[in-house]
Design a protein around this ligand. Structure first.
Ligand SMILES: [Fe+2]
Length: 315
């Protein structure tokens, strides 16, 4: 039973946005269908209702692809897999390793529960999703750079490794409609405010390299793992993502050099992030802000990280 009504959004004839604006998942339709993003425990029932509304037979949904394994991107996996055992979960090989780590999975489940509480308090869902006896995050297929997922009817997704946000992060590009699914590779973007929170949790250098790689693809739209789809000027979007990563990094370095306490910087940044979004608790944002400070600190002095060429060709 869901609270607010979230309708599936047709982005193209064969590409739909499901879930909620804060936690979208995407449905790609060829002869076979594929869900991209592992959702959250709280959005599972919303996704199921939307698939039903679209009249898609669950048997047609062959794959569920994980862009990465952060808690807010895998929560629907055990529930969907239980309902649809035929579903093949596909993710980067490093994701497979991460999801075998019991402690990590326990932390993911705790975080997923806090997202459920937030969504309940906002009236986005009306009841707590049923608990499972066992949370299974088994990945069936390892996919990485260059692999293709052919759904038929010309819909073929190519996988790109895009680490930096997380080591296991992948993005996917579909050539026919020129749709690029970028997950969290460009950080947390709030379209209404045109503001980015750069999220180079694993490596700033890898994060910038991934943005550079994605910017070379002739995409007509970029589907984000939070807050929906950017239509049109995708190139400009990548330039802005890079610029804001650069500014954020140098702000962290400057504040550390002035002798500011990293704990105070983290609180300040978490307050700022909380003014942009309420999808996670303040405590989660504070911890993440702290990770960014330590990444900036350890990667200070690296040069030419932020360069990004302008594409000359028409898209
Ligand atoms: Fe993430």
């Amino acid at each position: 039973m869901t609270g607010k009504r979230y309708k599936p959004i047709a982005i193209t004839d064969s590409f739909y946005q499901l879930g909620t604006p804060s936690f979208p998942a995407y449905l790609s339709l060829g002869e076979k269908a594929m869900i991209i993003e592992g959702g959250t425990g709280a959005t599972t029932s919303i996704i199921l209702d939307q698939i039903k509304e679209l009249g898609i037979e669950p048997e047609r949904i062959t794959y569920l692809v994980l862009t990465h394994t952060h808690a807010d991107h895998i929560g629907a996996v055990p529930r969907l897999k239980k309902l649809w055992p035929h579903l093949k979960i596909a993710a980067h090989p490093l994701a497979i390793k991460l999801l075998k780590n019991e402690r990590t999975v326990k932390e993911f489940i705790e975080n997923d529960k806090s997202i459920i509480q937030i969504m309940l308090s906002k009236g986005e869902i009306q009841s707590y999703p049923p608990e499972l006896d066992h949370y299974e995050f088994h990945v069936d297929d390892a996919i990485e750079e260059g692999d293709k997922l052919d759904l038929g009817r010309g819909i073929v997704w190519t996988v790109y490794n895009t680490p930096g946000h997380s080591s296991c992060h992948i993005s996917l590009f579909e050539e026919q409609e020129k749709t690029l699914v970028i997950g969290d590779a460009t950080g947390f973007y709030v379209p209404e405010k045109d503001v980015f929170w750069p999220n180079y949790f694993e490596s700033l250098e890898a994060y910038c390299k991934s943005i550079r790689k994605l910017a070379t693809l002739p995409a007509h739209r970029a589907a984000l793992s939070h807050n929906g789809v950017i239509e049109g000027n995708v190139e400009e979007f990548f330039h802005k993502a890079m610029k804001t990563a650069e500014h954020y990094h140098y702000e962290m370095i400057a504040r550390l050099e002035k002798g500011e306490d990293p704990a105070d910087i983290a609180v300040d940044k978490a307050n700022w992030v909380n003014s942009l979004t309420d999808i996670q608790t303040f405590e989660v944002m504070r911890k993440l802000a702290k990770v960014l400070i330590s990444r900036s600190h350890s990667e200070a002095g690296k040069e030419n990280m932020f360069s990004i060429p302008r594409m000359i060709s028409c898209r």
